[in-house]
Write a protein of this length. Structure first.
Length: 175
């Protein structure tokens, strides 16, 4: 059954009408349903989950994102591949926020890499990386220093988030 599902997924991936990138009717496709079934029966491997999470179709991504987050809990290699995907824009920055909020066990060098994303040119990546500013991943002092540097960001949402972190998580506050 697994082989048949995988074959069906590949068939539809290759033969479905193209997904519109600038509006228009979204073609009907069973790929999200097939992907969901593969995940539910445990037949979606790490590569499948990365593929689902980076798919052009939002319904397939909706299946792939939680499955990929589950894989990140188990594999350091997957976590590194994930960070590369976020940094290059292959994976959604929002997925990084979700991974950090889920307390995915990133290694210290990976946390440092995420902190590097705080300076990324893409404001969506910078904003998503702000979720690393948490005591799960660093000391309060480091959080404060990084939040201070983000408090002068060009993007108002990033500045506001940095200021909120400084107000609520400052090492000398009662929180």
């Amino acid at each position: 059954m697994t082989a048949t599902l995988q074959e069906a997924y590949r068939f539809w991936q290759k033969n479905e009408d193209p997904y519109p990138t600038h509006g228009g009717a979204i073609p009907v496709s069973p790929r999200a349903t097939i992907a969901s079934t593969l995940v539910k029966i445990g037949a979606a491997d790490e590569d499948d989950c990365f593929s689902f999470a980076s798919d052009v179709r939002s319904d397939v991504r909706d299946v792939g994102n939680p499955a990929l987050l589950d894989k990140l809990m188990l594999s350091e290699e997957a976590r590194q591949r994930f960070l590369t995907g976020v940094g290059t824009g292959v994976l959604s920055p929002g997925l990084l926020s979700q991974a950090l909020q889920r307390s995915v066990p990133f290694e210290q060098n990976q946390v440092d890499g995420i902190c590097g994303l705080l300076g990324n040119r893409n404001p969506r990546i910078r904003y998503a990386a702000m979720a690393v500013l948490d005591t799960t991943y660093m000391t309060k002092d480091r959080m404060r220093r990084l939040a201070e540097s983000m408090s002068s960001d060009n993007e108002a949402e990033i500045r506001d988030s940095a200021l909120a972190i400084l107000e609520s998580r400052h090492p000398y506050s009662r929180v």
